[in-house]
Structures are given as C-alpha cells and as structure tokens.
Design a protein around this ligand. Structure first.
Ligand code: ADP
Ligand code: ADP
Ligand code: ZN
Length: 216
C-alpha cells in the first residue's frame, strides 16, 4: 500500500503518518524531515536550502524529488509508503508517477486532510517534537501523558521548528494554495482521492483514514 497524505501546513499529516507507522509498519517519507536533516547537518545542500525553508517558500522540485527517489530505493518492495509533504507541485506529482513506476509501486490512495485555515496558525505555533525520537506534540491539543516527558522514548528534550511562526505560516499557506491545491484534481480524476475531516480529533481522523485503507 502506497499513499499520499495531502493538506496544508498543520493539517495533521505528520501526526497521522506517525500513527500509520506505529499501527501498520508503513514507512513515512517526509520531504520536510529529509530537508531539515540536511539543514541541521550543514551539508552543501542544507546550506543552500536553509533560507528558502526559513522563509516558508518551496525548495526546488529537483531537490525534493531526488531525495524521495533515493529514500525509496532503500526500502524493501513489501514496505508500504506514506508520502508526507510530497508531492507539493504539479511537477513533483508528475515526477512521482515516474519514480513509482521505476520502483514497481502504485499509488493506492491520496488522502486529503480538510481543515479550516483559521485553525492552522494555532496548530503550528503550538507544535513541538521530541528531540530524540521525533514524536509530535502540541501545547494544547497533544500534550505528553507525563508533562515534560516523551510518551514514546522518555526523553525530556523537545524542540520547535524555526519556521513554525505566524509570519512564515502565512507564506506557507499561500504556497499551498497556489502550488499544491491544484494537484488535487489530478488524483480526483484518477479516482484515488479520498477526503477526510481534518478538524476532527486526532483519534477520529485516524479512524477515518483506517477505514479508507481497509476499504470499509
Ligand atoms: P508542514 O508539514 O508544516 O507543511 P514540512 O515539514 O512538510 O511542513 O515542510 C517544511 C518546509 O520544507 C516547507 O515549507 C518547504 O520549504 C520545504 N519542503 C518540504 N517538502 C517540500 C516539497 N515537497 N517541495 C518543496 N519544498 C518542500
Ligand atoms: P502537518 O504535518 O500536516 O504540518 P502536524 O501533524 O505536525 O501537521 O500537526 C500540526 C500540529 O497540530 C501538531 O502539534 C499536532 O500535534 C497538532 N494536531 C495534529 N492533528 C490534530 C487534530 N486533528 N486536532 C488538533 N491538533 C492536531
Ligand atoms: Zn521521544
């Protein structure tokens, strides 16, 4: 099973991907995570993309598509993939078709998380992750069971993203509307688009996605 999670920044893609990884053993391929790893490692590529990411603009199609291709090549054929934050432009959607064909994979579903834009700023400015294992949290909507301790790995170290501020969020949303939203009809026309109410509680969103993947 190979799926795309689609939706604006803060829609819940990473949160739902984390659950699919835990519940179904799927592999999450997040271009945002890959790019942040490059940025933090201070590689040539990382230094080139830092300003673009910090401004909330999109990194070039060539860079993200080659990251996806490289990461997909490392997986076993039987491992299902969740594309999280990719594709984000029509060009990337076209490239992904070719990449999947080369890796003998087919796209089963594109799940669009529908959310009110007003809710996204609050979700994003309250977002943080475990610095050790990457588990996602929120100041208000998803607090650790024991305050200050990661539910998954027990670490007390958390971090916030440089681009998770109100100003950058506006740019990211505009990028989403202008460049990413237009790819939705492509998948709708293929009959693989499914829409889920992303304003529901995290658990309810997971249930809705599970129903789609299980064909219920
Ligand atoms: P969010 O989940 O909040 O939308 P991501 O972690 O997916 O954010 O992406 C963070 C940033 O990384 C984006 O604002 C953009 O600069 C860059 N990025 C991630 N994925 C892509 C992509 N597929 N194409 C271009 N840029 C990307
Ligand atoms: P994305 O990957 O689409 O940018 P995230 O999954 O990182 O979004 O979610 C953004 C923030 O909102 C995180 O702090 C997360 O804990 C929280 N969140 C995710 N889904 C929901 C939801 N359904 N209701 C409330 N908060 C949510
Ligand atoms: Zn952790």
């Amino acid at each position: 099973m190979n799926i795309i999670l689609l939706g604006p920044p803060g829609a819940g893609k990473g949160t739902q991907a984390e659950r699919l990884v835990a519940d179904r053993g799927m592999v999450q391929l997040s271009t945002g995570d890959m790019l942040r790893a490059e940025k933090n490692a201070g590689t040539d590529l990382g230094n080139r993309i830092k300003a673009v990411m910090d401004a909330g603009e999109l990194v070039s199609d060539e860079i993200v598509s080659s990251l996806i291709d490289e990461n997909l090549a490392r997986l076993d054929a039987g491992q299902g993939v969740i594309f999280d934050g990719y594709p984000r432009t029509a060009a990337q959607a076209g490239t992904l078709d070719g990449i999947l064909a080369r890796h003998d994979r087919k796209l089963d579903y594109v799940i669009e998380l529908e959310v009110d834009e007003d809710a996204l700023v609050e979700r994003i400015v309250g977002r943080y992750t475990c610095a050790k294992c990457g588990a996602g949290y929120h100041d208000k909507f998803k607090q650790p069971k024991v305050a200050g301790t990661c539910d998954v790995c027990g670490s007390h170290d958390f971090k916030r993203r440089a681009d998770d501020n109100e100003e950058t969020v506006r740019t990211r949303m505009a990028e989403y509307r202008a460049k990413t939203e237009p790819i939705i009809p492509i998948y709708d026309a293929r009959g693989i688009l499914r829409r889920v109410d992303g304003m529901a509680d995290i658990e309810d969103v997971s249930v809705a996605i599970a129903a789609i993947l299980d064909g219920k």
